[in-house]
Design a protein around this ligand. Structure first.
Ligand code: NCD
Length: 342
């Protein structure tokens, strides 16, 4: 693993599988009455959010707290950023406070990369979404959700997504989620098809490691997972499609379309959903839709990433179940105890 997590494209297959496997162990912590591990005790993590977010910010915060890190939340609104402070000055302020990791979301593509490579700070940098560029932990939690649903939590350990067919539908042009997913899914051996109106596909998409189609109906029967993207109105400065109705009719997922998918196939959405636009309420609320599961899986993935970047070489979290080999159990006995027990 590298020092920072900036792009899903930086992860090797083995890095990605290690993160998914570690997240599987973290998920078991969430099933305990006390959902806390002492792993990051004494370490400080800052959540630096320059752009609106609900689930990603809360998810990182939950992950940090479950690993016992000290958490500082910074949002641009209400900070000196609104007085014109630069990213460099903000970074140096954080450095002076001795933070160990910065989780950054920024409207400008490349901001996390700049932070990680500028020399302004020593901390680990985790990209929580930058402009239309990357959102690596989202791609990881999506891959984790697919592996759990399509292969199984235990059967999936050590496995990638070889041969799985994933369809990503909608506003690819503005979507960092789509970019990160294409990169990571390709690394994990899946076959990805993008479906979107031509106006919502970026220039150069033909060089991406995926197929492109304009016809959702013919792609659905060949999909193991269908990921719907939000139409990102806030990033649109022109008319990219005639009307909302026209968009929904061609690229929205409703009950009839969902019925064309294979029985085992799942519907995914990173949230926030625009019900009635890219997805109908019937689909969003169906058992095949993993949107709520994606949120809880996000906490496990972010715990895994923080653990692997900051936790050093300590043994991975193990669980005192009868199936855990005795050697491994004793090696990490202190890890296992909750903060309260210690
Ligand atoms: C996405 C984002 O912010 O990139 N949401 C998320 O992280 N859960 C996608 C979106 O806003 O549509």
């Amino acid at each position: 693993m590298q020092r920072h997590l900036i792009s899903a494209a930086d992860l090797t297959r083995d890095d990605a599988v290690l993160i998914l496997d570690t997240a599987e162990e973290m998920a078991r912590v969430a099933d305990r009455p006390i959902k806390k591990l002492p792993t990051l005790r004494g370490r400080t993590v800052v959540n630096l959010f320059f752009e609106d977010s609900t689930r990603t910010r809360i998810s990182f915060e939950a992950a940090e707290k479950r690993l016992s890190a000290d958490v500082i939340n910074f949002t641009a609104k209400g900070s000196s950023v609104s007085k014109g402070e630069s990213l460099k000055d903000t970074a140096q302020t954080l450095e002076a406070m001795g933070v160990d990791a910065v989780v950054i979301r920024h409207g400008a593509s490349g901001a996390p990369y700049r932070l990680a490579t500028s020399g302004w700070i020593d901390a680990h940098v985790i990209n929580a979404g930058d402009g239309t560029h990357q959102h690596p932990t989202q791609a990881l939690l999506d891959a984790f959700t697919m592996r759990r649903r399509l292969v199984g939590p235990d059967a999936g350990l050590g496995q990638d997504l070889s041969g799985r067919r994933i369809t990503i539908v909608g506003d690819v042009l503005h979507s960092r989620v789509a970019r990160s997913n294409v990169d990571l899914l390709h690394t994990l051996g899946a076959e990805v098809t993008l479906v979107a109106p031509p106006t919502l596909l970026p220039v150069g998409v033909e060089t991406w490691p995926c197929e492109v189609s304009y016809d959702l109906d013919s792609t659905l029967p060949k999909s193991d997972a269908v990921m719907m993207l939000r139409v990102q109105r806030e990033r649109m400065n022109a008319a990219f499609f005639p009307t909302e109705r026209e968009y929904s009719r061609r690229y929205g997922l409703d009950g009839d379309r969902m019925a064309r998918m294979p029985e085992h196939a799942v519907v995914m959405h990173p949230g926030p959903m625009v019900r009635g636009m890219e997805i109908t309420a019937e689909v969003a609320d169906s058992d095949r839709c993993t949107v709520v599961e994606q949120v809880s899986n996000g906490v496990s993935i972010r715990m895994a990433v923080l653990y692997l970047l900051l936790g050093g070489n300590e043994p991975a979290v193990t669980h005192p179940s009868p199936t855990t080999p005795a050697t491994r159990r004793s090696a990490s006995a202190s890890e296992l105890r909750t903060t309260e027990e210690k």
